[in-house]
Design a protein around this ligand. Structure first.
Ligand code: FES
Ligand code: FE2
Length: 346
């Protein structure tokens, strides 16, 4: 079951441009996304109100989207505004339109009850708009797994030492023994992990030229239902500092947003922002090239995990000590789902 009353990412802002609309299935619904002549984003059910052709096979025009079959034009609010060879437009010539919000280079969509869609609750990630301090690069990966399996992955970092040993991992024992502090936030849960006096992983050495041990810190903030905001930094072990986010000479930020496509597939929207060699475009590119394959490693694992769950179910799986933050995150999602089901049952 998928939580419907929530903002999910539909696209990166720069995916919507030009004449070509973007087709995406979100929460099991076929949706077409586009930017009209005024630059405003439209998200419509991907089915023309004439003969059900997918609107995503049409063309973006100034007023909205023009169906590629017989030329009806539908605007971003879902109203048909033009029928070739006909003046009168029937009132019921309409397509369902979804609430959308554009913020910090992301386009969000609400597939639940439209009246509950509050733009004030869109996730903040202003770093995407600050290429001077946080030069960044983004991507989207389709993944054949339930979206929460990827959120699980992000909320349990003990996998780094095993699954990502060759890149961002580092020593598995340092991950398992990391000092970990978890706090609730109004919108989710946040944890901070310290790995003091640890060996820097190969990608840190490449990016920042560490020659000895480092004090390494990671902050992960889960924002329900499926966004994770990450800050990561390192400094030569034993260096005095007051505030890691200000004082660490090596640091980067990652944005992770998971959107359900179906019950067993999702989109993984992610970005990486360089906070250590901002004047050097090759540093951002190098960081991206380091991180991208680690997320492919995650994708391969969660897809394999989904295949087993689809075949054998989840009965008999156990939770271990390192699942604490992940389980808190899951409980927040379960509470939201219970609330949604209770309202629907009224
Ligand atoms: S099906 Fe869209 S115009 Fe006919
Ligand atoms: Fe990972």
């Amino acid at each position: 079951m998928l939580l419907r009353n929530a903002w999910y990412i539909a696209a990166w802002a720069d995916e919507l441009r030009g004449e070509q609309p973007l087709a995406r299935r979100i929460c099991n619904e076929p949706i077409v996304l586009f930017r009209d002549g005024g630059g405003r984003v439209g998200a419509l059910a991907d089915r023309c109100c004439h003969r059900a052709a997918p609107l995503s096979m049409g063309t973006v025009v100034a007023e909205g989207i023009q169906c590629g079959y017989h030329g009806l034009i539908i605007n971003r609010s879902g109203a048909c505004v033009h029928i070739p060879g006909q003046r009168q437009i029937p009132e019921d010539a309409r397509v369902r339109s979804y609430p959308v919000g554009e913020k910090d280079q992301l386009v969000w969509i609400w597939t639940g009850e439209p009246a509950q869609a509050d733009p004030a609750t869109l996730v903040d990630f202003p770093y995407h708009n600050d290429p001077k301090t946080w030069p960044n690069r983004h991507d989207v990966y389709p993944i054949k797994a339930h979206y929460m399996l990827m959120v699980d992955n992000l909320m349990d970092l003990t996998h780094l030492g095993y699954l990502h040993a060759r890149t961002v991992g580092g020593n598995p024992a340092a991950h398992v023994d990391a000092e970990m502090k978890t706090v609730r936030t109004p919108t989710g849960v946040k944890f901070t992990r310290w790995m003091r006096n640890s060996l820097p992983p190969p990608s840190y050495v490449k990016a920042a030229g560490f020659t000895g041990r480092v004090d390494r810190c990671q902050e992960f903030e889960f924002v329900a239902p499926s966004t994770v905001l990450q800050w990561t930094g390192a400094i030569e072990a034993g260096t005095a500092f007051a505030d890691p986010e200000r004082d660490f000479r090596f640091q980067f930020r990652l944005f992770h947003g998971l959107t359900p496509e179906t019950d067993t597939s999702c989109y993984y929207f992610w970005s990486v922002a360089n906070g250590y060699r901002q004047d050097d475009p090759s540093a951002t590119e190098q960081l991206y090239q380091e991180i991208a394959p680690t997320f492919v490693e995650d994708r391969v694992m969660v897809e394999a995990q989904q295949a087993r769950i689809s075949e054998l179910g989840e009965a008999g799986l156990v939770d271990i000590a390192s699942d604490t933050a992940r389980m808190q995150m899951r409980r927040i999602g379960e509470r939201l789902m219970a609330k949604e089901l209770a309202v629907a049952a009224k």
